[in-house]
Design a protein around this ligand. Structure first.
Ligand SMILES: Cc1ncc(COP(=O)(O)O)c(C=O)c1O
Length: 484
């Protein structure tokens, strides 16, 4: 962190803590420069940064003032899905989301794409082009079913940071985390079985369940502590649940990190009912806290946790390099891997292994965490500024996804249709529910570049939300006057 960023951070903390109140005049540039022993231009840069984040406003010839702000929106409350196994719907909406993914002229405010523009990714291009120049035929050949050994060794090493003690033999490389999840689900379940999921949850997991004829039971989930263990226990008592799928670290879409004690209790509970845990850690390395949070897998003594992840969110999704540590389900997972893709593309595996081996991965991760955390601060200011009151907003603990809950009667699907004219799209909440709940919610990606174009899009989105909220208020009033 540079000096001016450090100073900006300090000042923004003071504003957050209420030491400088809304509308209050801030110390002059000269006073701060003397107080902190930094140059005038450092203070100016710090003030400029805070101005960009809309925390302070300049007033000609009077200095800087703390911006008069709307109150921070509350966080979404514990969700309340129907607690019985359901067939999964929403495929058509997922397909629509996927087909709009690469429409160049539409700004995807809700995608799950990481920022691919940072300079710390450049060595990956060089490594790949050097590999291509060598024309080594091994790189064009099949590799083993387990995946490239050099990559499995690197992955095993990386998992030490999440508390695991794995070796290369414990890892199976997959085509993205998507395949890791799908082979895991197929390894532990059969058609007609029931799996418990957080609610809301990643649509890819749910569509996999749908494709396999597995029903999902959506468990209430809190935006701070994660899946409700009490509700999960009740569900276990009522239904023959084979596995629980969770994203406990930097959850998609709610952003929480499940506290360690709850991770332990979850494992004990699942052990009691002799089920499996499919743990999706695809965002775990993007947690802002240091050291990064542990995985449930690190607590697992009897091999019932299948840990799934990939380099899609930390490096690039187009590499399609993921992995699973399947524990006691290794043979089944290998079989499912074989009947699914046979083996994962060889060249990207070598490229990722080299990127890590040459020491580029950890600095890249550090940078991405900083970029996303800074972006989050700006995005949450924009949301507070441009969105109407009466919304709830998640406070993610890492990664780049934010969940916004609007009043119950709000229809985000309709909003998205209207947003087409503005060439903006969001991810609508119903994608994240088996039964189409959360139509009043949306997911935003704050990994997008912080520039005028993005700010303008958020401003347009905020205005569209406000208009739609007003319209649905009128409709609700009209409906209730008809029933009165
Ligand atoms: C929670 C979660 N798991 C898995 C995936 C799929 O990852 P991959 O692109 O590596 O297949 C995603 C992608 O959005 C995700 O959000």
């Amino acid at each position: 962190m540079t000096r001016y960023q450090h100073l900006a951070c300090l000042l923004s903390d003071r504003i957050e803590q209420g030491l400088y109140r809304s509308g209050e005049r801030l110390p002059s540039v000269r006073t701060l420069s003397i107080e902190h022993g930094v140059s005038i231009s450092t203070v100016q840069q710090a003030y400029h940064l805070l101005e960009e984040k809309q925390l302070i406003v300049p007033q000609p010839r009077s200095g800087y003032f703390v911006a008069t702000r709307k109150a921070t929106p509350p966080m979404p409350a514990l969700t309340r899905p129907a607690q019985r196994p359901v067939e999964i719907t929403q495929w058509e909406s997922v397909l629509e989301l996927l087909s709009s993914r690469n429409c160049g002229d539409v700004l995807q405010l809700g995608s799950g794409m990481p920022d691919l523009t940072q300079p710390t990714l450049k060595p990956l291009w060089k490594i790949q082009s050097r590999m291509a120049q060598k024309q080594d035929t091994d790189l064009l050949n099949y590799d083993s079913l387990l995946g490239v050994a050099a990559l499995r060794e690197q992955v095993a090493r990386l998992t030490i940071d999440s508390g695991c003690q794995l070796t290369a033999e414990d890892i199976v490389i997959t085509t993205g985390c998507h395949e890791a999840l799908s082979v895991s689900i197929r390894a532990v379940c059969e058609t007609g079985d029931i799996i418990a999921v957080e609610s809301p949850t990643f649509h890819g997991t749910m569509q996999t369940l749908r494709g396999l004829g597995i029903r999902a039971i959506e468990i209430p989930t809190d935006s701070v502590t994660g899946i409700s263990l009490e509700a999960l226990e009740l569900a276990f008592e009522q239904w023959p649940i084979k596995a629980v799928v969770v994203v406990p670290n930097c959850n998609n879409p709610l952003g929480f990190i499940m506290p360690e004690a709850r991770k332990r209790t979850l494992l004990t509970l699942v052990q009691r009912f002799d089920a499996a845990i499919i743990e999706d850690d695809v965002y775990g390395e993007l947690a802002w806290e240091y050291p990064r949070p542990i995985t449930i897998k690190s607590l697992d003594m009897d091999g019932r946790v299948l840990l799934c992840s990939s380099f899609s969110k930390t490096l690039a999704p187009g590499l399609r390099v993921g992995w699973v540590a399947p524990g006691r389900y290794r043979d089944r997972v290998l079989h499912m891997k074989y009947i699914g893709t046979g083996s994962t593309a060889t060249l990207p595996q070598h490229a990722v292994a080299e990127f890590i081996r040459q020491g580029y991965y950890l600095p890249h991760l550090r940078r991405m965490r900083q970029v996303y955390q800074r972006n989050y601060e700006t995005f949450s200011c924009w949301v507070r500024h441009y969105f109407p009151c009466g919304i709830c907003v998640s406070r993610p603990q890492g990664s780049f996804l934010m969940w916004i809950e609007l009043p119950e009667a709000f229809d985000a699907v309709r909003l998205n249709t209207e947003l087409r004219a503005l060439k903006i799209q969001v991810a609508v909440g119903s994608l994240f529910s088996a039964s189409g709940k959360y139509r009043n919610c949306l997911r935003l990606n704050y990994g997008l570049p912080i520039n005028e174009h993005t700010e303008q899009a958020i401003a347009q989105l905020g205005a569209a939300v406000e208009q739609a909220m007003h319209a649905c208020h009128i409709e609700t009033e009209h409906a209730s006057s008809l029933t009165d």
